[in-house]
Design a protein around this ligand. Structure first.
Ligand SMILES: CC(=O)N[C@H]1[C@@H](OP(=O)(O)OP(=O)(O)OC[C@H]2O[C@@H](n3ccc(=O)[nH]c3=O)[C@H](O)[C@@H]2O)O[C@H](CO)[C@@H](O)[C@@H]1O[C@H](C)C(=O)N[C@@H](C)C(=O)N[C@H](CCC(=O)O)C(=O)O
Ligand SMILES: Nc1ncnc2c1ncn2[C@@H]1O[C@H](COP(=O)(O)OP(=O)(O)OP(=O)(O)O)[C@@H](O)[C@H]1O
Ligand SMILES: N[C@H](CCC[C@H](N)C(=O)O)C(=O)O
Ligand SMILES: [Mg+2]
Length: 522
């Protein structure tokens, strides 16, 4: 994240005030007092320290930030926040704030340094395994239609008003979140919608951020390398639904985890269902899809929008979307409910949701005039692959899927992703996603272990082509009129990370190249 996106001006905060807030031991240098030390900014990365900063020297999975205190001080850090282990690594004369878990205190400390910016905005947060980015785009569109100047933090981009910068991750580190929100506030932005990942919750990145309302999309298999099991993963997500983060929540109750969360969250809860007909009979969601009035099938040339009647505490209304897919109707209804909960007029919310033309890399059509649909999508979990494949499967033509799994990410989801593709496609081409430090061949081998679980008569033809460009080309060469080619997993991504090097790669451009090589060019 560029450092220019810090707030323009900060009222310096006394170090002693921050020590009291963090309940940290304040240890001064041997010579001199800490009285009078003022903090003007904060970062967790020695390479991004600016003069007057507090440097948060955090324990990490690979190293300890305390090892970089000398660099931080040279760059102008005036104090260091760390844990006892970090303090023992530091042999510089620098004021220290020492607490047991500095990640936990960093969010509130950063919020205090930048003047609690979330309080100055209508700040909305969305968590869940799939659908966060899409829901946040709907929220942003609804807020704008209601006259807000908006900011957006998420996987695809970080946007402050008219300025967009690429996002390094879905949810930034605590100092960056607070700096971005403060910059938004200073730039006259009045509302911000952000994705809150489970990593962010487990690593306390959003601690100290007060949301007006938070939302939950769903929970299914992902990130078990980090969380260990589904219970821990659920517990990480559930943290957001507590009074220290938000007074109220809107929760999709179409899966068991959403229902558990709605039943146990100690804050005001509204429930949403995109599939109320599948709910247990004693569940009456506050917001529900009543009927889908028109949903066009996927066509090679136009995104298939939909019109539905939805009902909520405001009565029945019509919701029109330009996005295809029943799951996107659920995402849109979640956004509508959140917007209404924070006082956005329903007409403005509906208009904004209807205005959203698409989300980059989510069921994005690549149209070069060919007689079959080519869709680039970000499905990278077993549930997302199955959901999206069911949605785009043509009635008469075939479904061709190009799919891989990311390296250095939950290996246990690979067989399930392989199985979902094998079950729902007619032809599945297994390829590389971002292998990162892993061997692409081994990743695909793990995907292949899931295939025998699919009964032979329902199983797709499986091909393996590790070169993603070639795999996309193979899929497009194999497509016949009326087929759908679904290129899954990388969506909006602009690069492919192989062995620590990020090579330029964009599924949409790769698809265009392949179409051109087959004689299609628009
Ligand atoms: C698993 C995870 O989230 N790890 C995060 C964690 O890294 P770590 O514990 O390994 O840190 P480390 O490398 O040991 O470094 C320790 C500390 O030394 C500091 N350091 C290090 C080197 C140096 O020269 N100077 C310096 O100050 C680092 O900034 C860090 O604070 O703390 C780092 C910063 O403090 C994060 O950058 C890092 O995110 C890594 C890069 C990451 O890939 N995270 C992904 C998995 C992630 O967060 N994904 C989620 C979910 C996506 C989704 O499904 O939507 C996301 O929100 O994007
Ligand atoms: N409500 C949903 N239920 C199931 N699958 C969904 C849903 N919404 C989106 N998807 C699928 O998940 C993919 C990712 O969607 P989106 O980017 O909105 O999710 P996300 O939660 O932000 O993902 P990430 O955690 O990677 O940032 C989509 O491309 C689609 O295939
Ligand atoms: N936010 C997700 C993105 C996965 C995208 C996929 N292309 C991959 O690299 O695994 C993650 O970090 O797990
Ligand atoms: Mg996202």
């Amino acid at each position: 994240m560029p450092d220019t996106l810090r707030p323009a001006r900060v009222d310096p905060v006394p170090l002693a005030t921050l020590a009291a807030l963090a309940r940290a031991e304040l240890r001064g240098p041997a010579a001199g007092s800490t009285a009078g030390i003022l903090i003007c900014g904060v970062t967790h990365d020695s390479r991004r320290v600016q003069p007057g900063d507090l440097f948060a020297a955090l324990p990490g999975a690979h190293t300890h930030g305390a090892r970089y205190v000398a660099d931080a001080v040279t760059a102008g850090a005036v104090a260091v926040l760390t844990d006892p282990a970090g303090a023992s690594l530091i042999n510089r004369e620098v004021p220290l704030l020492i607490c047991a878990d500095p990640r936990k205190t960093l969010g509130p400390v950063a919020a205090a340094i930048y003047g609690h910016p979330a309080r100055a905005l209508v700040t909305l947060g969305v968590t869940g395994t799939n659908g966060k980015t899409t829901t946040v785009f709907f929220l942003d569109a609804g807020l704008r239609a209601a006259g807000h100047r908006t900011g957006l933090l998420g996987t695809v981009m970080t946007r402050l008003g008219e300025r967009t910068v690429p996002s390094a991750r879905t949810t930034p580190e605590a100092p960056d979140i607070q700096a971005l929100l403060a910059r938004m506030r200073d730039d006259g932005i009045t509302a911000a919608a952000m994705e809150v990942s489970s990593h962010a919750l487990a690593l306390h990145r959003v601690d100290g951020t007060g949301f007006a309302c938070v939302g939950f999309t769903n929970l299914s298999h992902d990130h078990l390398d980090f969380h260990g099991d589904m219970e821990n993963y659920f517990a990480a997500k559930a943290r957001l639904f507590r009074p220290d983060f938000a007074p109220k929540a809107v929760i999709v109750v179409d899966d068991e985890y959403g229902r558990r969360l709605a039943d146990t969250a100690p804050i005001a809860v509204r429930t949403v269902s995109g599939r109320p007909e599948h709910l247990p009979p004693d569940r009456r969601p506050d917001w529900r899809v009543v009927a889908v009035r028109a949903a066009a099938a996927v066509s090679p040339t136009r995104p298939a929008g939909q019109v539905a009647t939805v009902a909520g505490p405001i009565g029945e209304v019509e919701l029109s979307l330009q996005l295809p897919g029943r799951f996107n109707l659920t995402n849109a209804l979640l956004a509508l409910a959140i917007l209404v909960e924070v006082g956005i007029p329903v007409e403005a919310a509906r208009a904004g949701i209807g205005d959203l033309a698409g989300v980059p890399g989510r069921l994005e059509l690549v149209d070069a005039g060919q007689p079959f649909a080519v869709l680039v999508d970000y499905a990278h979990t077993p549930e997302a692959v199955a959901t999206v494949a069911r949605e785009v499967r043509p009635d008469r033509g075939r479904l061709i899927i190009v799919i891989g799994c990311g390296g250095d990410r939950d290996p246990s989801k690979r067989p399930a992703m392989g199985a979902a593709a094998a079950e729902l496609a007619d032809l599945a081409i297994f390829t590389s996603d971002n292998p990162r430090s892993e061997d692409p061949e081994e990743i695909v081998a793990a995907m292949l272990t899931g295939v025998p679980a699919v009964t032979a008569d329902r199983r797709a033809e499986i091909r393996v082509e590790l070169d993603r460009h070639e795999a996309i080309k193979d899929a497009i060469q194999a497509a016949r009129p009326g087929d759908v080619v679904l290129i899954a997993g990388k969506g909006h991504e602009q690069g492919q990370e192989i062995g620590g090097v990020v090579h330029p790669f964009d599924d949409r451009l790769a698809a265009r190249d392949a179409l051109r090589s087959c004689g299609w060019a628009a």
